[in-house]
Design a protein around this ligand. Sequence first.
Ligand SMILES: NC(=O)c1ccc[n+]([C@@H]2O[C@H](COP(=O)([O-])OP(=O)(O)OC[C@H]3O[C@@H](n4cnc5c(N)ncnc54)[C@H](OP(=O)(O)O)[C@@H]3O)[C@@H](O)[C@H]2O)c1
Length: 278
Amino acid sequence: MTRSITLSDGTKIPSLAWGNMGGKEKALSAGAAALKAGILHIDSAQIYGTEAEVPGAIKAAGLKREDVYVTTKLWKFQETTIGLEEIRASVKRSLDALESIPNLLLIHNPYIPEKGKLGEFWGHLETLVADGTLKGCSLGVSNFRPVDIEAVMAVAKIKPVVNQVEFHPYVLAHLDPLIKTHSQHSIVTQGYASLAPIHRHPTGGPVKPILTRLAKKLSAESGVDVDEAGVLILWTKVRDLTPEEIEEIDQAGRKVHFRHWTEHMTNEFPDPDLPSDV
Ligand SMILES: NC(=O)c1ccc[n+]([C@@H]2O[C@H](COP(=O)([O-])OP(=O)(O)OC[C@H]3O[C@@H](n4cnc5c(N)ncnc54)[C@H](OP(=O)(O)O)[C@@H]3O)[C@@H](O)[C@H]2O)c1
């Protein structure tokens, strides 16, 4: 069982999720396995095409809908401005596929609304919460830069509770201003691609040898086989490592800028002047 984090709207979210991107079969079978292993939070999205597999995974794990925290994310399926009724129809398609209202609904990236329309789009989501379409659902964002967060905060009656972004040691330097913006507005930083330093970066970079050393140490201390990915997850959750070990990984990470998912976060939010491939 994973611990929970309390969000700014008073609801609780399990601190670890299983993401169901990667095909319908995986969403069903690996989704059920993740739930059975105690990861009671499925992170889905319209664009993954796997929202409809969420109820099946929950049933296959022998659980009820209320046992599981479900997140989905809105995509853009047309080029024109998305008004309230288009957003309502899009949300209803998700509700039908999920067979329930999600616990958390995110705007998948800041380019889903037309340029300059983030505040308006957010207002429409607030209307859907108020009129019961999204009763009890928390609202959040994903891949938002500081400028996007401020555009939403300028109009928000319901505050975004999370911003889901690529998060690992090699984006720390870039994300400094974003994390500061999050803390100003009590927004939880929700990480994805947390393992990118070891399975996406070409060499593993300066963080890899530290992870290897800590994995050996934790395995010896606990008697459980902890690998480098396990140490990186512990770092992401700021758990079970000493403050000195977390700091050592932070400092090594800050020597490199490496991002796997590059399409959202660079415009109007320049990369730091750091090498990517050391
Ligand atoms: N909001 C967004 O825009 C956004 C973008 C991307 C992802 N996400 C979310 O994040 C989820 C995960 O996506 P991701 O690809 O970015 O995840 P990730 O955590 O960076 O990587 C998952 C990959 O890690 C590999 N892996 C698992 N355990 C490992 C280990 N012990 N050692 C080495 N490799 C290991 C897996 O390999 P195998 O396949 O071989 O098991 C899988 O390919 C998605 O399903 C989605 O929910 C959100």
